[in-house]
Design a binder for this molecule. Sequence first.
Ligand code: DGY
Length: 377
Amino acid sequence: MAQADWTVHNADGWRRVIVTKGLPGTRWLDLLTGAGCRVEVSQSARVLGREELAVRIGERCDAVIGQLTEDWDAGLFDVLAAAAGRIYANYAVGYDNVDVDAATERGIAVANTPGVLTETTAEMAVALTFAVARRIVEADRYVREGRFESWLPTLFIGQRLCRRTVGVIGAGRIGSAYARMMVEGHKMDLVYYDIFRNEHLEQAVAAYSELLVARGEDPVSCRRADTVEEVLATADVVSLHTVLDDTTTHLIDAARLAMMKDNAMLVNTSRGPIIDEAALVDHCREHPHFLAGIDVFEHEPSLTPGIRDLDNIVVTPHIASASQWTRRGMATLAALNIIAVLHGLPVWRDDDVLPFLSDDPPDAAPSVVNATELGLD
Ligand code: DGY
């Protein structure tokens, strides 16, 4: 296999940082080189294998910015620890590709990039919802294929979303941003499942409902369901926003799909293995009015057989966070996480990380997931 090309910036820097993919913008690089780091950036679009990563880490590597496509397991953290590595910064908010316990055991900080993906990812979930509800992809193909001959009363009839029920599984930052976009944009009722109650979300829906009533319109409702099943059985649209772990792998399986309405819509912008894709394919075949919009895949980047042939599944290539602002923001947070850890700065404890995107970022690490375990507070 061809070795990746690497570009080296600030070759004489006092700390060595490896970046396993080129990142958008230049601010992240300016920050790292400005802090005196030597930065080596892979120019390859290919996923780097663990051997290749281990060779690149070599004998001395202080920090790594890595990707969700890489498996950062105990073996790689052994290599990083032996190279005196202090921090692994995942260029993502999700870090199911990282063995955090193994990193912690070796004294290595694990950082992520929350807060700058929230609206961008929620907007993509909204886009997928509408893409399936209004059959945008099928209709686009129909026009391009020259099949549009006349307006017809029955052409591409889709589903209306206004005043229906949206279900959210996982009501954290992204899930609640999606819920509010759907409720406040389309006057939908909300049913959500999360192990924690989201009072902020409930208050926001209540306030919006009061506004509607004050205008003489019908209210909207918000209910926290006791179970995932309750959401699936009730909602017209269900959007998944959980983390991926042992408890959420195949959370949506054949049995749970069968609980959903025959014409329900299922949206996934979180992680692919949350849906049992073989079961989804069977379900979509048997229920032609069931719709799915998925940005992430169980065997990413491969498609489970059957998906390609089904018009009632819309697919996108894991791009939910792909806005320029967000991807640059993620790079900035990754760089600042590294600089802070290498300088022994404390970890930011506020949920709002936007101050880090300003010209004068706080003297702190924006988000280190094992900060408490490592005593970095
Ligand atoms: C993440 O950050 O976890 C996304 O999946 C990539 O944008």
